[in-house]
Design a protein around this ligand. Structure first.
Ligand SMILES: [Zn+2]
Length: 299
């Protein structure tokens, strides 16, 4: 499989490389559809990849958090391997991917937070206004290793209308490298793009990829359907990750999805270590996550 990868996923993604790889996949594989679902604060497109033609609509996203951008690599590698399998009729771990294609319509947003990811992996923005802004928020430090937020210091996974006020009370009150939930829910275009996409496409299931901990969070306030437990257990079995029902956290994407749709929503904490996880962890994290992606066909 490895020899047939046409993307450049062996390094952390700059936005430019990410976009280049998407265009390469689009030019190579007819089953690949690319949409723009919104734009970041700095005007970068937020891309959605759609593959499949099935009745079940599943959404996967990555890099809500800037220093967790290895999740984009995991997703891009899966997209490349999936498309390659379709074109060669090769199975992945014994799974017929044409069957997967016909059962599941996959909506994938590999990079929810392009400005934050590019700050981590490409350095300070050239635009002077944004350069000054992020340096101010980061106390003039040029080390952004702990930066999770979007470019103006809002934590995108604290932006959703699911007890947002609780996070507002106990989290930073102003823009910060992490945890500031904004001055209100859905003030940030990146969070809003995923919100609108989710309402429009009415997903049956969503998976938000984060790092780290090797954990599968699957509940929210008792609002999750009973099937969520079974799915989480199967995800755990194939990945080695630990299913956890509740955590003291609100206003996340999967929290809102479970609350408003009463359907299975998951936050996957990939890998183990200190964020940002080193890119050398990619191979084994990919193998763990691949099992979860494939499990969607039978659980
Ligand atoms: Zn995260």
């Amino acid at each position: 499989m490895r020899l047939n990868r046409i993307i450049h996923d062996e390094r952390f993604y700059t936005f430019r490389q990410f976009e280049e790889d998407l265009f390469t996949l689009q030019a190579t594989y007819p089953q690949f559809a690319l949409n723009t679902i919104g734009h970041s604060i700095m005007g970068r497109p937020i891309y959605e990849v759609v593959i499949g033609n099935g009745a079940q609509h599943i959404h996967i996203n990555g890099s809500f958090h800037a220093h967790e951008s290895i999740t984009t690599n995991v997703i891009m590698r899966f997209i490349n391997d999936y498309l390659h399998a379709l074109s060669t009729n090769e199975p992945i771990r014994g799974h017929n991917m044409h069957h997967y294609f016909n059962e599941i319509t996959l909506s994938i947003v590999p990079m929810v937070n392009p400005d934050g990811v590019d700050l981590l992996n490409n350095g300070l923005p050239e635009n002077e206004r944004f350069r000054e802004l992020v340096l101010d928020i980061n106390n003039q430090s040029t080390n952004f290793d702990q930066w999770k937020a979007n470019i103006r210091g809002v934590d995108l996974n604290n932006q959703y209308p699911a007890n947002w006020e609780i996070e507002q009370r106990r989290k930073p009150k102003q823009p910060a490298p992490r945890d500031f939930p904004g001055y209100g829910p859905l003030t940030e275009p990146e969070a809003l793009a995923i919100y609108d996409l989710t309402l429009m496409k009415d997903f049956d299931r969503v998976l938000a990829l984060h790092t780290q901990g090797e954990i599968i969070f699957w509940g929210y306030e008792g609002l999750e359907p009973p099937i969520s437990r079974d799915i989480a257990q199967e995800y755990g079995r194939v990945s080695g990750y630990r299913p956890i029902q509740y955590v003291d956290s609100h206003a996340g994407y999967k929290d809102w999805f479970i609350q408003d749709f009463r359907r299975p929503g998951f936050t996957l904490e990939l890998g183990q270590g200190v964020n940002p996880l080193p890119i050398t962890d990619l191979d084994h994290i990919y193998e763990e996550t691949l099992g979860i992606f494939l499990a969607n066909i039978y659980v």
